[in-house]
Design a protein around this ligand. Structure first.
Ligand code: GDP
Ligand code: IMO
Ligand code: MG
Length: 430
């Protein structure tokens, strides 16, 4: 099985973009299978930094890039992202980019609803990216979404708009907002349709053919397992399944398509938005992690919350997602810490537990159990061989591997594409 699936094993922003970029050069096709432009994947190549939200990261290396049906697509966001990347010299044409024609659209009404709900929730807000992701997935499951293929039939769209607007107008009225402006929406859809349709096709078929030809398919996950709508810290999650299992339903291939599942794991923990975070550090150590790791959101520029590595969470993510091996990123951020802590489990109401309980009430009460390790004085930044790492850094990595019960396939030591220690190339694993 020559395929590789990349997923985040924490709360997102683990460094998936960098790893996907490295793997994309060795792949024939790169596929996004869930999420939308809530994602923010950063690629650093020499002096150039690329930030991708909706486009698969393979587009930068010119690898065939596909948006699968599991994604929710904001066509206007896509248009501006393509324009931005073209401005950076990336070529995006129907020869290297395709969109599933059964992909649901994110419309302005979804963005409106996302923002209105968050504003109304006050302190209880989820801390979403405000991109309309949740409302768009709700409409997909509620069978009132407008999809990419519908853009070719705008003359027959009235009954679909009836269904959509009946739902949204009622909600908007509850927020004291006017009903959906159907005339304006239709005009906007008419204007954007040719742009989207130029890339639209039944991608399941294209992927089936690619597989038959022995192509190496790279699946690019967005967010992370702890933001998964089933397995994450519900309700403080995103609205899609972010686990590796979604590869099949989100791209139109069978469940054996995932291949090598590479979990991307940050050497400490971060989270953006609200919700439980057992190892969060609100002191100067958290501050230092944030500064050294430049922990600001790619999409919303919000400051990311930072904390120690939580092995219990990652062990759970790896199990739930069937992770074959991990890529450990941002080890260099820990350079110079005198001592480093790893969470190995929790105390909940006096009892020791080794996993994240499902209930939000329990999650909020977790007290982390730590073990402490000596830090290292040398630098790991830019290391490309084990021999370049201080002995104590190797010890830390080995301990993580042991605690999460999953082998390390690579270690990333800077944002730069090639600053990686490769233990096992997932694509070489046939
Ligand atoms: P993604 O959402 O998982 O793709 O991650 P983001 O791109 O949102 O955030 C990861 C950030 O860390 C980006 O700014 C990357 O350039 C950067 N990064 C990735 N790997 C490393 C690494 O090994 N060391 C350091 N210092 N930064 C890294
Ligand atoms: P990448 O792919 C980190 C978080 C939001 C919020 C929650 C719900 O870059 O790792 P949503 O807008 O999806 O309804 O927000 O999910 N979130 C992310 N956090 N990285 C991401 O993507 C995220 N995408 C969504 O901050 O807490
Ligand atoms: Mg990100």
């Amino acid at each position: 099985m020559p395929n590789v699936t990349v997923i985040g094993a924490q709360w997102g922003d683990e460094g998936k973009g960098k790893i996907v970029d490295w793997l994309a050069a060795r792949a024939d096709v790169v596929v996004r299978f869930q999420g939308g432009h809530n994602a923010g994947h950063t690629l650093v190549v020499g002096d150039t930094t690329y930030k991708l939200s909706l486009l698969p990261s393979g587009i930068v290396t010119g690898t065939m890039s596909i948006i699968g049906n599991g994604v929710v697509l904001d066509p206007w966001a896509l248009q501006s992202e393509i324009a931005r990347l073209e401005g950076q010299g990336v070529s995006i044409t129907a020869d290297n980019f395709a969109i599933a024609d059964n992909c649901p659209l994110i419309l302005p009404v979804h963005r409106d609803l996302d923002v209105m709900r968050e504003a109304a929730a006050g302190k209880g807000k989820i801390g979403t990216t405000g991109r309309g992701i949740g409302p768009a997935y709700e409409d997909k499951v509620g069978r009132r979404a407008i999809r990419v293929c519908d853009l070719a039939h705008l003359d027959e769209i009235e009954p679909m708009l009836d269904r959509l607007c009946a739902h949204h107008d009622a909600l908007r009225a509850g927020f004291g907002e006017p009903p959906v402006d159907r005339t304006a929406l239709k005009a906007e859809l008419r204007e954007i349709a040719p742009f989207v349709l130029a890339f639209a096709q039944p991608v399941w078929k294209r992927l089936r053919d690619a597989r038959a030809e022995g192509a190496r398919i790279l699946f690019e996950g967005a967010q992370g397992v702890l933001l998964d709508v089933d397995h994450g810290t519900y309700p403080f999650v995103t609205s899609s399944n972010t686990v590796s299992g979604t590869v099949a339903s989100g791209s139109g291939l069978g469940p054996n398509a995932a291949g090598f599942v590479l979990g991307i794991v940050k050497a400490y923990t971060t989270r953006v938005g609200s919700g439980p975070f057992p190892t969060e550090l609100t002191d100067e150590i958290g501050q230092r992690l944030g500064e050294r790791g430049h922990e600001f959101g790619t999409v919303t520029a919000r400051k990311r919350r930072c904390g120690w590595f939580d092995a219990a969470l990652v062990r759970q993510s790896c199990a739930i997602s069937g992770v074959t091996g991990i890529a450990l990123t941002k080890v260099d951020v820990l350079d110079g810490f005198e001592t480093i802590r790893i969470c190995t489990g929790y105390r909940l109401r006096g009892q020791e537990i080794d996993h994240l309980p499902s209930s939000a009430a329990d999650q909020a009460l977790l007290e982390p159990i730590y073990e402490e390790m000596e830090g290292w004085t040398g630098s790991t930044k830019g290391a490309r061989r084990w021999a370049d790492l201080p002995a104590q850094a190797i010890k830390y990595i080995r301990r993580i591997e042991e605690l999460i019960e999953t082998p390390v396939a690579s270690v990333s030591t800077s944002p730069e594409r090639d600053d990686t220690i490769l233990v096992r190339n997932p694509f070489a694993d046939r």
